[in-house]
Design a protein around this ligand. Structure first.
Ligand code: 0A1
Ligand code: ZN
Length: 847
């Protein structure tokens, strides 16, 4: 329901809660529409707080009874919670409330998913379970009793006792309410164990619905690998006797790090070779690691308030990316992270939704689980590590864990451990946390008397969030190549701190070619047009070599769009050369083949003052792929054959790289043989990576109907595979057909629109089809707006997230802008629009 006046919360207004919570006891009597929650909570006055108002959050709760020290009380109730007179000494609060999990379609608080009870409390879901100070700086131990007829009854911490129809749990580690979890259902467990470096034997279990047992082994191994890695690399051991993971079908996000009881979107944990692609496997491994790593960065040290979200998320994303780089390939992981950053974070930082990594105000915190907080937050930590070095980083992290274990901490605390352990002043560096916007760095150079000079000018475009950006500390990793391609200066890190700054490199025999921003050492836009073909041939930095291929391709695509030019022969030759260079990792070569995303081309055109035409961008990408297929036609059949994996399937880096390159070759071959080889791969596929890729190419070649029908018949019973079937048809549709295809799929009997995975597979994928979504007649905008309006009362969180499809609207021509503007207005004027969606649409329209 719409709040009468959506309230804005400010970081500067933080004050501590007036009471300390000593312990929490909860009893759940589960019933689908009438669950009873009884709480017994010991409070005492907080000596550090001046405001002693006793306010407990509470939403959609029916209060049955409340007592203080055993005496019935009558609190004052509002839509947001209650207030009550309380004694100025320690006291016990007791309350009984009734809630309705069956009616909870927002998937926040306690809800039902296929008959299974589960919870999602981050950020502010606990208040939908009982009255409580639902803020991350209030931490307590929890004891929980669950009464219900289900064979599996779980909560946080260690099991205490259980019997027929009940179970008791105790979590000895003080935690904020957002980490509370409960699960009850008919589930089966895949079990294992792990002994920590401290000698603690931990029972591990992955709980799934009957039928999914065969999809657990990979996730379990990823969990054990993560536990070992955190010990080896960060010296952090696990701290309970059990670690449970539960897979649920209905979930708004990827997964949740509840203490000792992680709850996962089934898509982020269940995997088998027949049903999951290599990309799925890698994502699952990363998400399991991410949630596990939160045990130290998030749970043992949590956030003081939600403005500090990046304290746990930026750091944990950084840690999971280090883990993936260690488990797989560092350069390949870096390339894939940068692709993701540019695709998701740059548009946010450069549009109306721009906000600092640590925002200073919000209306609905759920709207700030963003690529800026997560991915840019991780980039900021990566820069910090580059600046202080590996040893400095590791000393600072040890101090962070020593000093803040058990705390609800802030970004100031985080930076202070780096200052105290390394002696470095981070005052200017802190701007990365307080300023929105992507810095643009322009480069010029000169050569005089053996000295080469590089001059950098940084400029962050002003935004509503940061009207007057100031110079940031930007670590720029640079190497120099001689005219013959040899490296004359290995990588060194320059620290840019001023608006304009020059660096000299004396003692050179000839003017070098610079390789700048190696490894993408800072999340910026580099404005520099060196000889990309030269760098593509000679750069020793794998990231910049890939970047050179991408820059060549991008320049060629842009001139195809703006001038109608043919694909650049230098790009064709360079990429064709990489393709057959067997000294290079196949996964890396597959990335070198990929074109920049169409939405990013639109952003680049816009940045250069050209209004992007989505159809022209689509055509340019098609003609470039066609030209590349022809240019590499001699090599492709052999490349395809040589990268077929024989023997049993493994989702490891080696095999998945082979399949990635084999499929990239097949994708091009399909343009030459009209899909005969793709059909053969589809017919003979023994794993989802090959089956799904072949299906995509067949659809693209205009002969996908039979394969689609066969795929549906084969996988009708498997929800996660059917999500792929829905998504694939949309993303592979021709621009003119995309809206009709998506619309037809929303009428399919298996289109369960209340399931976030299915909704995203269909409409989220549609919004990602650049030319389809931006179809000239506006049908794409209307289709998405219709569905957002329909979903909002059911699931505001997923609706609000998907509004970001409109965030780039000011890039496009006046007619498109006017059509989008009308749809935004239509959404905004929907009666009872949620606070989540209202905030998003308002920011998109006003920014
Ligand atoms: N903390 C989780 C992400 C998450 C956030 C909010 C959720 O519901 C609103 C669910 C999960 C993570 O970083 O994995
Ligand atoms: Zn996280």
């Amino acid at each position: 329901m719409r709040d009468a006046s959506p309230q804005t919360i400010y970081l500067k207004d933080y004050t501590p809660f007036g009471y300390v919570v000593e312990e929490v006891h909860l009893t759940f009597d589960l019933a689908p529409s009438a669950t009873r929650v009884t709480s017994r909570i010991k409070f005492s006055p907080n000596p550090d707080a001046t405001n002693k108002t006793f306010f407990l959050h509470g939403k959609n709760l029916s209060l049955i009874a409340a007592k203080i020290d055993g005496e019935a009380v009558k609190p004052k109730l509002t839509d947001e919670g209650l207030t009550c007179d309380v004694p100025n000494v320690p006291f016990t609060w007791e309350a009984e409330v009734q809630i309705d999990p069956a009616a909870n379609t927002a998937l926040e608080g306690l809800y039902l998913s296929n008959g299974m009870y589960c919870t999602q409390c981050e950020a502010e879901g606990f208040r939908k379970i009982t009255y409580y100070p639902d803020r991350p700086d209030v931490m307590s131990t929890f004891s929980v009793r669950v009464n219900g007829p289900h064979p599996v009854l779980l909560s946080n911490g260690n099991p205490v006792a259980s019997g027929d129809g009940w179970a008791e749990w105790h979590d000895p580690w003080p935690k904020p309410a957002y980490l509370f979890a409960l699960v009850a259902g008919e589930l089966v467990a895949h079990r294992d164990s792990f002994t920590t470096m401290e000698g603690r034997k931990v029972d591990l279990a992955l709980y799934v619905r009957p039928g999914d047992e065969g999809k657990c082994a990979f996730g379990m191994q990823a969990l054990k690998d993560s536990m070992k890695w955190d010990e080896d690399v960060y010296g952090r051991a696990y701290d309970l006797d059990v670690f449970n993971i539960v897979a649920v079908d209905d979930f708004n996000m990827g997964a949740m790090e509840n203490k000792g009881l992680n709850i996962f979107n089934a898509s982020a944990v269940l995997a088998s070779p027949e049903t999951s692609t290599d990309t799925n496997f890698e994502r699952i491994e990363a998400i399991i690691a991410h949630e596990y790593f939160h045990n130290w960065t998030g749970n043992r040290i949590t956030c003081r308030d939600w403005f500090q979200l990046c304290l746990k998320e930026g750091l944990t994303v950084f840690r999971d990316s280090q883990f993936t780089a260690d488990m797989r390939s560092e350069p390949v992981k870096r390339i894939s992270d940068v692709i993701d950053l540019r695709a998701r974070q740059f548009p946010e930082d450069q549009g109306p939704l721009a906000h600092p990594v640590r925002p200073e105000s919000f209306q609905e915190i759920n709207n700030f689980y963003t690529a800026t907080v997560y991915e840019k937050g991780a980039e900021v930590i990566r820069m910090l590590k580059t600046l202080v070095g590996d040893e400095g980083y590791s000393k600072a992290l040890d101090l962070y864990f020593d000093r803040h274990d058990g705390d609800a901490a802030t970004i100031e605390d985080w930076l202070k451990v780096f200052e105290d352990s390394t002696g470095r002043d981070l005052t200017q560096f802190k701007r990365w946390y307080s300023q929105a916007g992507t810095p643009r760095v322009a480069v010029t150079d000169s050569f005089d008397n053996g000295t080469y000079t590089l001059t950098f000018e940084q400029l962050t475009p002003p935004s509503a969030a940061t009207p007057e950006p100031q110079a940031q500390v930007i670590p720029i990793a640079v190497g120099l190549l001689g005219p013959n391609g040899d490296e004359v200066l290995p990588t060194q890190v320059l620290e840019l701190t001023k608006d304009s700054q020059s660096f000299n490199f004396p003692g050179l025999g000839a003017k070098p070619v610079p390789s700048i921003l190696r490894g993408f050492s800072a999340p910026i836009v580099l404005e520099h047009t060196p000889d990309h073909a030269f760098l593509l041939a000679h750069d020793t930095d794998p990231f910049n070599r890939w970047e050179a291929a991408r820059n060549l391709g991008k320049a060629s695509l842009i001139s195809a769009v703006t001038k109608g030019s043919a694909p650049d022969a230098k790009w064709l030759d360079g990429v064709a050369g990489l393709l057959i260079d067997d000294t290079l990792d196949p996964a890396y070569r597959a990335y070198c083949l990929a074109l920049p995303g169409q939405s990013q081309l639109a952003a680049d055109l816009h940045a250069n003052g050209t209004t992007p035409d989505p159809d022209a961008i689509w055509d340019a990408c098609e003609s470039h792929r066609q030209a590349l297929a022809q240019r590499a036609s001699d090599a492709l059949p052999d490349l395809y054959t040589r990268h077929q994996v024989h023997g049993p399937y493994a989702p490891d880096a080696e095999q998945s790289g082979q399949r990635a390159l084999g499929n990239a070759a097949l994708s091009l071959l399909t343009r030459l043989d009209s899909g005969d080889m793709a059909q053969a791969q589809f017919d003979g596929a023994t794993n989802m990576t090959q089956q799904l890729a072949a299906l995509a190419y067949l659809i693209r070649a205009g002969r996908g109907d039979a394969a689609l029908a066969q795929f549906e018949a084969q996988w009708k019973h498997d929800r996660l595979v059917m999500d792929k079937w829905f998504g694939m048809q949309v993303i592979e549709a021709k621009p003119d057909d995309a809206a009709d295809t998506a619309k037809a799929l929303t009428k399919h009997t298996d289109f369960n629109w209340k399931n976030p995975n299915r909704f995203r597979a269909t409409l989220g994928t549609f919004a990602a089809h650049h030319a389809g979504f931006h179809a000239k007649d506006g049908s794409g905008y209307t289709l998405l707006a219709d569905w957002l309006i329909k979903l909002d009362p059911v699931n505001p969180q997923t609706t609000a997230r998907m509004c970001s499809a409109f965030q780039t609207w000011r890039r496009y021509d006046a007619i498109r802008q006017s059509m989008i503007g009308k749809e935004l207005e239509r959404i905004a004027s929907t009666p009872n629009l949620s606070r989540d969606t209202t905030e998003m649409i308002t920011r998109i329209r006003e920014g």
